[in-house]
Design a protein around this ligand. Structure first.
Ligand SMILES: C[S@@+](CC[C@H](N)C(=O)[O-])C[C@H]1O[C@@H](n2cnc3c(N)ncnc32)[C@H](O)[C@@H]1O
Length: 402
C-alpha cells in the first residue's frame, strides 16, 4: 500500500495525469475487502474510458499485503461510503460533517476524527484569522475528510471578498493511505468543496517540500497535525527548515497526551519559538479520558541550542515516545480498553508535570452577546445531548407492548 501511495505521489507531483488513475484502478482491483473495492469503483474519480465496467473480482494474490487491522478499517470506511449513499447525504459542508457525527449512532462505528471540543478549538483558531490569498491551510492526516471539510468551509466563507480570489486550493490535506484519500475526496466533493480542498496522497515527510514548491515560502498560515504524535516534531522541523511557516502561523496538534507526542510537546513548550497553549480536553463520549490539544503561534525559527534536549530530558522523551507508539499499535490491534487509556493519559500527565509541562483545562468559548455563530461546531456536551435526544425520540416510536 505504501509503495502504491509513493507512485501516486510521484505521478501527481510531476503533474502526470495518467499515473494516479492507473494506480487507483490497480488499487480497486487489489484491495481484499469487497465492500471497499465496490466503494472505490463507485467513488474514485478515474476517467470514464479507464473505469472497469464492473466491480473487480477478489484478487487471486494479496499484492498489497494489507493487514487484518487495515481490512477492518477499510470495511468501516466502505460502510461510511454506503451510509452517505443510503442517507442521500451531500449538498453542503454541514451536511457531510453531520453525517460523520451521526455515523456512530446509526452504524455503530466510530471514526477517529477531531470532533466535539477539539473541533471547536480547530474552528476557532482558523475562524479568527483565516488564510489570505497567498496563504494555505494544511492538515496532516485526512481519514474521511471531516476536519478538511470544516477548515475548507471556513476559508470559502471568508473569501466572500472578491479581491481574495486565488489560483490554487485553500486547504491541502495529506493522507498516506490511498483508500482513505479516495473516501475523503468523495466526501469533500459531496460537501461542494472540491475547488477549495485538495487531498494529496503520500507521507507527510515526503510531501512537505511539495508545499514549498506549489505555494512558496512563508505560505503556511495554519497547520493541523493529526498523523502520528511521535512524528510531529520531525515534520514541524522540516516545515521550519524549509521556511514554509509564516510569522504568526498557527500550529495545532491533536492527541498530544494520548497516545502522545513527547518530543513535540517538549519542543513547543521549552523554546521561545512558539507562543504555546496546551489545552486539556476530554475525548468525546469518553469523558474520563484526558487528551491534550496544542495550539502554537509561530514566532521565529529555533536556534541550534533550542533544538537540543538536555540528556536527562532526552532519555525520558525517548522512553515516552516508545510507550506512545506501543499504545498506538495496541489500539490499532483493537486491544485497548477505556481504563487503559485513562491510566495511560494520567501516567503521561505525571511525566510531563515532572518536566514542568502542564495543560490548561478547556472551558469552551464564552458566548458572545449576539449568541454563538451558526457554523460553530457542537462541543462534547452539545453532541452528547443531540445523541441522547435522537435515541429518546427513536425509543418513543417503539411500542413497549410489541
Ligand atoms: C486521526 S486520523 C485523521 C483525522 C482527521 N484529521 C480529522 O480530524 O478528520 C489520522 C490519519 O492520518 C493518516 N496518517 C498516518 N500517518 C501518516 C503520515 N505519515 N502521512 C500521512 N498520513 C498519515 C492515517 O492514515 C489516518 O487516515
Amino acid at each position: 500500500m505504501l509503495e502504491l501511495g509513493l507512485l501516486i505521489m510521484e505521478g501527481s507531483w510531476q503533474k502526470d495525469t495518467l499515473v494516479e488513475p492507473k494506480m487507483l484502478i490497480q488499487l480497486m482491483s487489489s484491495v481484499p475487502v469487497h465492500l471497499m473495492r465496490t466503494a472505490l469503483w463507485k467513488i474514485s474519480m478515474v476517467p470514464n474510458d479507464m473505469q472497469p465496467s464492473e466491480v473487480p473480482e477478489l484478487p487471486l494474490y494479496d499484492v498489497l499485503g494489507v493487514s487484518e487491522q487495515e481490512c477492518r478499517r477499510y470495511l468501516k470506511l466502505a460502510r461510511f461510503v454506503q451510509y452517505l449513499e443510503c442517507t442521500g447525504r451531500g449538498g453542503s459542508p454541514q451536511d457531510i460533517i453531520e453525517a460523520v457525527e451521526w455515523f456512530p449512532k446509526d452504524a455503530g462505528r466510530w471514526l477517529k476524527v477531531a470532533g466535539g471540543d477539539k473541533g471547536v478549538i480547530l474552528w476557532d483558531n482558523l475562524k479568527r484569522k483565516p488564510n489570505t490569498a497567498h496563504e494555505v491551510v494544511v492538515e496532516f492526516g485526512t481519514l474521511v475528510g471531516y476536519t478538511s471539510i470544516r477548515l475548507g468551509a471556513i476559508c470559502v466563507e471568508a473569501k466572500s471578498n472578491p479581491s481574495a480570489s486565488r489560483r490554487c486550493a485553500d486547504v491541502v490535506s495529506v493522507e498516506l493511505d490511498a483508500c482513505h484519500a479516495c473516501v475523503a475526496r468523495h466526501a469533500i466533493d459531496l460537501a461542494g468543496l472540491s475547488a477549495s480542498v485538495e487531498v494529496w496522497i503520500g507521507q507527510v515527510r515526503d510531501l512537505i517540500p511539495r508545499i514549498l514548491e506549489e505555494f512558496g515560502g512563508l505560505s503556511l498560515c495554519y497547520v493541523f497535525m493529526d498523523q502520528k504524535g511521535t512524528a510531529f516534531h520531525d515534520d514541524l522541523r522540516h516545515l521550519e527548515d524549509l521556511g514554509i511557516t509564516g510569522v504568526r502561523s498557527r500550529v495545532l496538534a491533536d492527541n498530544c497526551l494520548k497516545p502522545g507526542a513527547p518530543f513535540f510537546v517538549w519542543h513547543v513548550s521549552n523554546t521561545n519559538t512558539f507562543d504555546t497553549t496546551i489545552w486539556s480536553v476530554s475525548e468525546f463520549a469518553s469523558e474520563d479520558i484526558e487528551d491534550w490539544m496544542i495550539v502554537g503561534e509561530y514566532i521565529r525559527a529555533p536556534s541550534r541550542e533550542e533544538r537540543e534536549y538536555p540528556d536527562r530530558v532526552h532519555d525520558v522523551l525517548v522512553q515516552l515516545a516508545w510507550e506512545t507508539d506501543n499504545m498506538r499499535a495496541g489500539a490499532e490491534r483493537g486491544g485497548m480498553h477505556v481504563d487503559d487509556w485513562v491510566a495511560f493519559s494520567q501516567y503521561m500527565r505525571r511525566y510531563f508535570a515532572h518536566l514542568g509541562i502542564e495543560a490548561v483545562p478547556w472551558i469552551g468559548i464564552p458566548e458572545p452577546e449576539t449568541g454563538y455563530p451558526a457554523d460553530m461546531p457542537l462541543d462534547n456536551k452539545k453532541l452528547a445531548e443531540r445523541f441522547d435526544a435522537a435515541i429518546l425520540a427513536e425509543a418513543s416510536f417503539i411500542d413497549p407492548d410489541e
